[in-house]
Design a protein around this ligand. Structure first.
Ligand code: 4SX
Ligand code: FE2
Ligand code: CA
Length: 334
């Protein structure tokens, strides 16, 4: 019998290493409208207006631009123990991080390098924060409401799908070839299109963080702001547009270190127990942009490196984890 998986509630926060905390603050706080919940000389803990927990994004001053970890909230304190056991039995590196030794505001946690090579944290306990949803007087920029999802680059999409299935994730949408080869998948625990999605390519790398606004005008507004701040239009990478997959209205930006963020709104409910996966053909030009606009090359090729449990960059590979998986190449280019 396999070990019980931890009960994951949702994608909760990401911690990024940034090389210039002042520049990162300008981008994430002043321009995107994240709120500062905690700061010290080397750290900013940020959250959106809907978020009642301490943070959904942590920016840490580091030597290189990288991902420290993505982090999932689990349902009970016992689920933190379950996560520790689950990854230990998979033979993966695991480190227990007691409250006070890890990220500010976060209680007892476990950090692992998962089978896909990503640094992933699981925690239950986190400090609560004040409700800002109706503090309209404090809303700025894109008026970010909450973290929505992580998108990660990995060369072996079937292996990523299988791993997250084993963690109890549902699959809302896929992109598939003629023989149902899996090019991309969107998987969830909360009742939206996704908490995590996979982009084919060398991995482990973070492709982007998806952050949600309430309305599409907020997505357009941040593009207008970056245009108005002449020279900052270069932070706009792709969009605005309407995704085929997820139906979300979107805009991709790059932060001053090149970390990619997607401003995302208007996906749909997936919480019914018999919710079925919606499958897109890789030949359907509407899959990534419903209006058929081409995806630019940097979006497929560039991504953020990840750090191991000791804080050193992990090597990136485009080799398959699972040799039996069908390899059909990256979706979209060519
Ligand atoms: O470009 S895709 O339509 O495949 C897409 C990308 C859909 C939803 C997302 O969140 C995303 O990043
Ligand atoms: Fe996304
Ligand atoms: Ca551009």
């Amino acid at each position: 019998m396999s070990t019980q998986a931890p009960d994951v509630v949702r994608s909760a926060y990401a911690q990024l290493s940034v090389t210039d905390l002042g520049a990162a603050r300008w981008f994430w706080v002043d321009t995107l409208g994240f709120h500062i919940q905690y700061e010290d000389a080397g750290t900013l803990c940020l959250r959106g207006t809907d978020e009642l927990t301490h943070h959904s994004l942590v920016l840490r001053k580091g030597d290189i631009a990288a991902l420290d970890h993505i982090s999932y909230r689990v349902r009970t304190p016992e689920d933190v123990d379950r996560a520790e056991k689950f990854f230990t039995e998979l033979g993966r590196p695991v480190r227990r991080v007691p409250r006070g030794q890890g990220t500010p505001g976060v209680g007892d946690a476990v950090r692992v390098i998962d089978p896909l090579g990503f640094p992933v944290e699981f925690f239950h306990d986190i400090d609560r924060a004040e409700r800002l949803i109706q503090r309209f007087d404090l809303h700025r920029g894109a008026q970010i409401a909450r973290l929505d999802h992580f998108n990660i680059c990995t060369p072996d999409i079937p292996a990523a799908y299988a791993h997250y299935k084993s963690l109890g994730f549902g699959c809302s949408e896929t992109i598939e070839g003629d023989e149902h080869e899996l090019y991309a998948a969107w998987m969830y625990r909360k009742q939206t299109v996704h908490d995590v999605a996979f982009t084919g390519g060398a991995g482990p790398r973070l492709h982007h963080l998806g952050v949600a606004t309430h309305e599409s005008h907020q997505v357009l507004r941040v593009a207008d702001i970056l245009g108005a701040l002449n020279k900052h239009q270069d932070h706009i990478e792709r969009g605005p547009g309407r995704h085929g997959v997820s139906n979300a209205f979107y805009l991709y930006l790059r932060d001053p270190d090149g970390h990619r963020v997607e401003i995302y709104t208007s996906d749909y409910y997936t919480g019914d127990p018999d919710h079925e996966t919606y499958r897109w053909s890789v030949h359907d030009d509407r899959r990534r942009d419903f209006w058929g606009n081409a995806v630019i090359e940097s979006w497929y090729k560039e991504a953020t490196p990840v750090l191991g449990l000791a804080g050193k960059p992990l090597p990136v590979s485009d080799a398959l984890l699972d040799e039996s998986a069908v390899r059909v190449g990256a979706d979209g280019l060519g």
